[in-house]
Design a binder for this molecule. Structure first.
Ligand SMILES: Nc1ncnc2c1ncn2[C@@H]1O[C@H](COP(=O)(O)OP(=O)(O)OP(=O)(O)O)[C@@H](O)[C@H]1O
Length: 298
């Protein structure tokens, strides 16, 4: 087992990692721990690990680190394990991976590998990005792009709320063109979701399924700061899917246009429109709780 740790977010994260490692040692699990040195490094380390015969490659970090490790494992035999050490840990909540380090470590040993189908973004300007949870263009990507990372380190998720309030006052809400295989539509923002959840444990796309190739796409037709504030207020109440001006539809391919508008994937700024989104060519094996739930209940 290879564990890839993103040390970027400081001391508390390292303490949580140590708690997980103690459990692995107690369970007699052999592992090698490596640390990332720069963005993108996790993918390289994961690829090397899989080529070197590691059966499980573990992403110890947030959703961005998980996406990078998943990209490194594409087409390889190794399974992805997760020690959720991020701010929101949406992927973990989505798939029932416990957030407590002791329990997520135990899961790495006792869980079973199941298939999920990531998404892949290809930017017209060059560059590709695999995503495991979601990709957003428009307002939420502006929040991610302009986030105060120092504030995020100090107060965690509150930094996103603070930045969203700031963006309400300055984001211009340019129209985005979303093209599907069967037609096109204009929106102010779009979130392409692999999972049901968004920004932690909040419901966004109730019919999205990780185990199925494709996405549920949230099309935000309401434009301007009042609509964006209403969407933001509905999110923690799990009412977002029912909001007026929000349409949800399934797709396996789409193209999003809106020159220069920011794009985020799994909570990281990843580029600017236009972008094409499709199902990644290879599914991913992820270590998850056994379907019976016995392992987790212990
Ligand atoms: N050593 C490093 N130095 C700087 N950046 C790094 C390093 N290692 C990884 N990164 C980058 O940090 C990004 C964010 O990491 P990650 O998602 O693990 O943490 P987070 O942003 O704090 O968590 P969350 O996504 O839950 O908010 C990764 O996508 C990666 O590109």
């Amino acid at each position: 087992m290879l564990i890839i740790f993103n040390p970027k977010a400081g001391q508390r994260r390292r303490q949580r990692l140590d708690r997980a490692l103690q459990v692995l040692r107690r369970l007699g699990q052999d592992f090698t721990l490596v640390e990332t040195a720069h963005p993108g490094h996790a993918a390289l380390l994961a690829r090397e690990g899989a080529r070197g015969g590691q059966g499980v490659v573990v992403a110890a970090g947030g959703d961005g680190t998980i996406a990078e490790v998943a990209a490194g494992l594409a087409g390889a035999g190794a399974a992805l394990g997760v020690l959720p050490l991020g701010t929101a840990n949406v992927f973990a909540w989505e798939l029932g991976i416990p957030v407590r380090p002791e329990l997520s470590a135990r899961l790495l040993v006792e869980g079973e590998a199941r298939l999920v189908h990531p998404g892949e973004a290809r930017f017209d300007g060059g560059g590709e990005r695999l995503f495991v949870q979601m990709l957003g263009a428009g307002f939420d990507a502006a929040v991610v792009a302009n986030l105060d990372l120092g504030l995020k380190r100090r107060i965690g998720r509150g930094a996103y709320v603070w930045q969203a309030v700031r963006e309400l006052g300055r984001y211009r809400f340019p129209p985005l063109r979303v093209v599907f295989a069967d037609g096109e539509t204009l929106v102010s923002s779009v979130i392409v979701s692999k999972g049901r959840l968004y920004a932690g444990r909040h419901l966004l796309a109730p019919e999205a399924e990780m185990a199925r190739p494709g996405f549920q796409v949230a099309l935000f037709r309401g434009s301007g700061p009042v609509a964006a504030a209403a969407y933001g207020a509905a999110l923690p109440l799990n009412l977002l899917p029912h909001m007026p001006g929000l349409a949800l539809r399934h797709a396996t391919w789409l193209r999003i246009e809106g020159e220069g508008v920011a794009v985020q994937a799994d909570g990281d700024p990843v580029g600017r429109l236009p972008v094409e989104v499709r199902v990644a060519p290879a599914p991913l094996r992820v270590v998850l709780p056994q379907v019976t739930g016995v392992a987790l209940a212990a």
